[in-house]
Every structure is written in C-alpha cells, then in structure tokens.
Ligand binder design. Structure first.
Ligand code: MN
Length: 734
C-alpha cells in the first residue's frame, strides 16, 4: 500500500528534517480511500495526483503539515460531502485544515458569471495565503503537476488552464522567488498557448546549440582556469536559456533569434558574499563586458528576495554570455524563493521579521482590497502588484525603489513613505522638474519635493496612481483627515444619483433608503457610507442598482406618474387558488399581485414581473410600463410568462373581484355623473373611484369599477357609451 508513497518517504528522508511519517501515512490512507474509484483524465487512478503534488511539496523542503495538506488538497472539493473540512481538522489539526481549506475552491456558492467565480476563488486563495503562505506553495505544486499532465485534458481546457497559469501562477511563483517552478510553468504553458512559436524557438536553439556545441564547455574551462588561479571555492553551471525566456525576449523586444544576447547563461556559486564580488572582478578583467548589463542584486535584492550579481560579457568568437554570481544560500533562495525559508528552518515561522517583511506585499494586497469592497479593484491590484514587470528608480541618495511598470511619481512618493506622498507638491526626474503624474523610466533618479504647507493629496490622484499601496494610502489620508468633507462629498454624490430618478423624497425617506442600503452592503452607519464614498473607497456607480432598488421601495411612485413596474396592489378577494386565478409559469406558491398601472382582467394577455422582495406583479402585456421596462437591460430575466387559469373569472363567485380603469370622454353636462352612476348601478357594477378632468373640448371621467373579466368589462363599456352626452369610453391606465 505504501509503495505509492515510497518516493515521498525518500524525499522526506533527504530533507533531513523531522517528518511525522505516521501522520503523512494517515493522510495518504485518507486521501486514498476518498479518491477510490476516481480517475484522472489520463485514465490513471486519481490518487496519483495528490501523491505527485506531495512529492513536489516535499522536494521544496516543506514540512509535515504541508505534505499532508498536499495529499488531502482535492478531497473536500472532489469528494463531495463524504468528507468535510471539520473531519480534516479533527484528524490532522487546524494547520492542515487551514491549508486544505485555502486550496479548496468555493463550490457552495453558485456564481452567475465565470469571471466572477474565478475572481472570488483567487481572492479566497489570497486571503488564505495571507494567513499562511504555505497555501500558495502547495497550490503552485498542484498547478505544476496539472501542467505536467495537461496533455490528457481536452483542447479547450488546455488553453484555458495554460493561459491562467501564464497570467496568474507563473507571475506568482516569480513574485515569491520560486524561479524553478516559474520557469517550468511558463515553458509548459507556452507549449499549449503557442505550439508553433514554441517549436520554432526550440528548433532554433537546437540548431544554434549544435553549431556552438563546445561553447559552453570551453567557456567553462576558461572560467575554471581564471577563477582557479585565485584560489576560490566555487561551482560553475552553464546552460542555454529556456525556450520561454528566449521566446519572450524575441517578442517583447521585437528581435530575431539571432539578435538575442542572453542565449548562454553561466552560474557561479561561491562560498561567501565577498567572493561574489571577487569573481565579478576577475570576469570583468578576463572578458569585455557589455555596458549597462551589470546588476547588483546582492546589495539591492529584488522584492522577491532574489540576490545575485549579473553581468553580460563577450566570450570567444564574439558570443556574448550572461554570468550570474551568488552564494549557495542565495542560490537556494533563487530556486525556491520564499519556500527555501522552510528548508532551513525546522520550526514554524515566527519571530523572523525579515522574512515577514518579504511577504508584506501579500497583506498589503489584501488590505488595499479591504478598504474598497470592490472586486474589480482586487483584480487590478493583483495584476499590478504581482504580474507586472518592475522598474528600479533611485532616490537622490542612491536608494533603490522598486515600482511596477507604469507607476507614476506619486506612486514613487508613497512607496517611500505615506508622509512623503501626502506632503508632495512637485517632483524632479534626473534634476529636471516633472509633473507628478509622469511615469519614470528604469534607472531614473527621482526627487520628490515636499512642503509642510501642502494641503495633502488630491482626489484626482486616485485616478492616476498605479499601485494598490499608493491608492490605499491616499484613501487612508482622506478617510482620516477629511471626514467632514468626505461626508459632504459622499452625500452630494448620492443626492446627485437620486436626482436622476426625478422623484421627490423627504430627508427621512433618504435616511431610510441609505440605512437599508448600508445594511445590504455591510456599512455600520449612513455616515460611514457617505464617508466611504467620499474618500473614494466605494464608487456610486457600483451601488447604483441597489440604490435605485431601495429608492423604489421607500419612495412610492406618485399615482399620476406610473413609471415603474413594481407598483402593484394586493388582488381583491383572491379566488380559491389565492392567486387571483393567475398561473405564473414555473413559479409555485409565490405571491402574485396585480399591477396598479394597468389593472389586468381575466382574458387580457398578461405577463409577470419579478419584483425585488414583493413576489410577482402581473401586468397587461401591452401595459406601457412593460413595453418601456422590457427595453431596459437591468430588467433582463425578470419578466416571466403568465396566463389566466381557465374559468378564472367564474372561480371567484364574486362578479366584482377585479378592478378596471375606465375613461369616459363626454360633453360637459350637469347630469353626466348621475347618468353614469345610474347606468353602473343598473348593471350591479361597483364603483370604487371616480374623478373628473375638465378639458376645453369636454370632460374626462376616470372611474375604477369592479368587474369579472374582459368580456364583462366590454359589456360595461358599451352600455356606458349609450349614456347621454358620452362621446367615447376607453380602457384606461392610471
Ligand atoms: Mn489538485
């Protein structure tokens, strides 16, 4: 039974750290049982996938809990209700629970839209990652194994998975400094995203490598000789760069294959940091170096902890090659990134401030997102903070500030300190005054001009800045410093939105609407809502639909202006089916009301409209509000077909159960109203409302009368047409 995890045991032994093999075996047994009978697309038993993932996890040097979580990572999601996350906690403890939960997609919540679902899952993963970064290590191992076995999936799925890997997971691996995983993910993704391009580059590499078959060996010899003379301990590794890295250079710099310099790369691993610089000096003495290609990531590590010296020199026959020089420890970090940390530590991560510092961007990402409640913003922050390439900009003192590509001088100021950003009044690039929304170039020296009399950031900056950090710091400032102003701005924005509805409302109604809305979106008070809108934490456009919805609930439509579809009234004395004899397709036991605007009658062609919270309102199919409403995309899916029950009119037993509106056009005559009411009384028709409108040509009498159905209504109309002085009778709308 344990043959399957023999390799895992071996790797664990290699890691030279105390593993709880019993716990790992228990996790294996559990996963084995739960995946029993499941198969991968390749036809292999499912269990081989979690085992393979656990092997990769173990080879990264991660601990027992990570290995267990890797074994269990698909059990909750794929095995349905059979196992729940609570059982995992009981059996394997809260850490494994946290890890597995972070790796489990949100399956319980149905999403309307794939995009939204995808984003929510990513968001969940990042939240879990902020709590424990091991979540993402395991996720990357999971993705790596899925990519290695992607061939078994259908074509369409392969492309989607490869694209997601390229857009999210490879950059994430890069951000965490896990170069080895990153490169493999990119290389495999490229094979599926551009198989032809991949093959071309690979063939080119093979051709070129064939032509310079001994270049690597010879250069290595020279390096050994030169370095050996100086009595250093070192190790040299030479290779041709990956297909993807060459492919990317060709496309991003629009170069042909022959124009690529960084084709060969040598790595020299030394014992100490000082030796790195010594080696660099020797290489620059021995070879002609290419200007502008020297980079010192030892004194200024990359944000993902990467440290190394880089240079490109010209070798034999004028062939350039890149050299990376670093210590053994730096090398581990270059290959495994943040994960290498676990390799060197046997305990849990704690009290390691420099390490936590390296991961601070994760919590920053989450924080800047929490300030806004805006899901688009999260994706934007994710793209900018993780996916984007970085540039290096210098302070006048020579400190390096790393910024995502496209960041402005405002972003630069805020990345130095929030106080610098808040007091910024101008900036200089390389000594020349530049507008603060300018985007600096790699290597620029940027000076921020601050003034103690600065009034603070401008709200427009929020539209300009690129980094989540700057955006969240600007918002923080407004949130704190300008509360009164925010409240005014927020209130004005809401009121502007209200004015679009063109209906009057009282301050009490406004407060009620906003309290309801605040409750719906999780704001503690109306003031909070105003403040959040005011400081830019929430866009009114984002809540416009909910706002209108609450407005319609609270502010009733004036009767002479029936513009909404949701105005309805309770059916008069419902029939035995208590739906007023209406059958709404596919909806059972739902409250049905008749729209006040058109008062449908049995026999009329009707349609249902799903109101928000008040059941279904029934309109005449030709009701002007329906015709108007159908053209509004916001109502998509809210119209539902409905028809009258057979004999709806007779089931009531009450001839006056429905109300209908009648408009009588007549010459003005003193006896008119008396004649009309007498005619109705004669027909035993009840009169519920009556009013008159004087017109120059005569009089319009609006009446609401009780009737059985459309036929009954028509007979009432024709009877009234015969009343003295009546010109015409029509069905009316309020
Ligand atoms: Mn998996």
């Amino acid at each position: 039974m344990y043959a399957a995890i023999a390799k895992l045991v071996m790797i664990s032994d290699d890691n030279n750290r105390p593993y709880d093999m019993n716990k790992i075996k228990r996790a294996y047994k559990y996963a084995y049982r739960l995946h029993d009978g499941q198969f991968r697309a390749s036809g292999e038993p499912y269990i081989m996938h979690p085992v393979a993932v656990a092997e990769i996890v173990a080879s990264l040097g991660l601990d027992t809990d990570s290995v267990c979580a890797a074994l269990l990572h698909d059990t909750v999601e794929d095995c349905g209700n059979e196992i729940s996350i609570e059982i995992i906690r009981k059996e394997f403890g809260p850490t494994v629970e946290l890890l597995v939960d972070g790796l489990t997609k949100l399956v319980q919540i149905p999403f309307d839209d794939k995009e939204e679902e995808h984003m929510e899952n990513l968001r969940k993963m990042f939240l879990a990652m902020a709590k424990d970064v091991r979540v993402i290590f395991i996720k990357l191992c999971d993705r790596l194994h899925n990519m290695r076995t992607l061939m078994a999936k259908p074509e369409k799925k392969r492309r989607i998975t490869a694209l997601e890997t390229m857009q999210v997971y490879a950059p994430l691996a890069h951000r965490l400094g896990m170069q080895r995983i990153k490169q493999e993910l990119e290389n495999i993704s490229l094979q599926y995203l551009d198989p032809i391009g991949y093959d071309e580059v690979r063939t080119d590499i093979e051709d070129k490598y064939g032509a310079n078959i001994d270049f690597i060996a010879r250069t290595k010899d020279i390096l050994y000789e030169k370095l050996g003379e100086n009595g250093l301990t070192f190790n040299i590794d030479g290779r041709v760069k990956s297909v993807y890295s060459i492919y990317r250079k060709m496309f991003s710099q629009n170069k042909s294959f022959d124009e690529i310099y960084d084709f060969y790369a040598f790595r020299i691993i030394t014992a100490t940091e000082l030796e790195c610089y010594t080696v660099m000096g020797i290489i620059h003495d021995a070879f002609k170096s290419m200007p502008g290609r020297f980079k010192d990531y030892i004194s200024t590590p990359k944000p993902n902890m990467y440290q190394s010296l880089h240079t490109t020199v010209i070798g034999r026959d004028g062939i350039p090659f890149e050299v990376q020089i670093r210590t053994k420890k730096m090398h581990q970090i270059a290959e495994y990134g943040v994960a290498a940390h676990w390799k060197y530590k046997s305990g849990i991560k704690e009290s390691d401030e420099s390490f936590d510092e390296k991961l601070r961007w994760i919590s920053k990402l989450i924080e800047s997102e929490e300030g806004t409640r805006d899901s688009d913003e999260f994706m934007r922050a994710l793209k900018v903070d993780i996916v984007q390439d970085e540039i290096f900009v210098f302070t006048p003192k020579g400190d390096v500030i790393t910024l995502p590509q496209g960041a402005t001088l405002i972003d630069f100021a805020y990345s130095i300190h929030s106080a610098v950003g808040n007091k910024m009044v101008g900036a200089k690039i390389n000594g020349i005054i530049a507008p603060i929304d300018r985007i600096p170039n790699n290597g620029d020296i940027v000076q921020i001009i601050t003034s103690s009399s600065s009034k603070g950031p401008s709200r427009d900056w929020l539209k300009v800045v690129k980094t989540g950090e700057a955006r969240s710091k600007i918002r923080q400032w407004f949130k704190k410093e300008r509360k009164t102003e925010n409240i005014m701005v927020g209130k004005a924005e809401i009121e502007r939105e209200f004015r679009k509805y063109g209906r009057p409302y009282t301050p009490a109604q406004r407060d009620e609407i906003l309290a309801n809305l605040g409750h719906r979106i999780g704001m503690a008070s109306v003031e909070d809502l105003f403040n959040t809108i005011g400081y830019g934490g929430l866009a009114v456009a984002k809540i416009a639909v909910k706002l209108k919805d609450e407005f319609d609930r609270v502010v009733a439509l004036p009767p002479e202006e029936p513009t909404a579809l949701e105005v309805e009234k309770i059916a008069v004395k419902p029939g035995k089916k208590n739906k007023g004899g209406v059958v709404v397709d596919g909806v059972d036991g739902c409250e049905v009301k008749f729209a006040r605007c058109c008062n449908p009658l049995p026999g009329d062609s009707i349609v249902g409209f799903i109101t928000k919270g008040y059941g279904i309102s029934i309109h005449k199919s030709d009701c002007p509000n329906v015709i108007l409403g159908e053209s509004n995309p916001a109502n998509a899916g809210r119209f539902i077909s409905a028809h009258w029950e057979k004999e709806a009119s007779k089931s009531s037993g009450d001839g006056n159960m429905f109300e209908a509106i009648m408009q009588v056009f007549a010459e003005n005559d003193l006896m008119l109203l008396a004649d009309l009411t007498a005619a109705l009384a004669e027909m035993r028709v009840s009169l519920h409302q009556i009013n008159t409108q004087m017109k120059s040509q005569g009089i319009i009498v609006n009446m609401v009368v009780g009737c059985r159905d459309i036929d009954h209504f028509r007979s009432i109309m024709s009877r009234l047409k015969s009343v003295n002085h009546v010109i015409d009778v029509k069905r009316g709308y309020t």
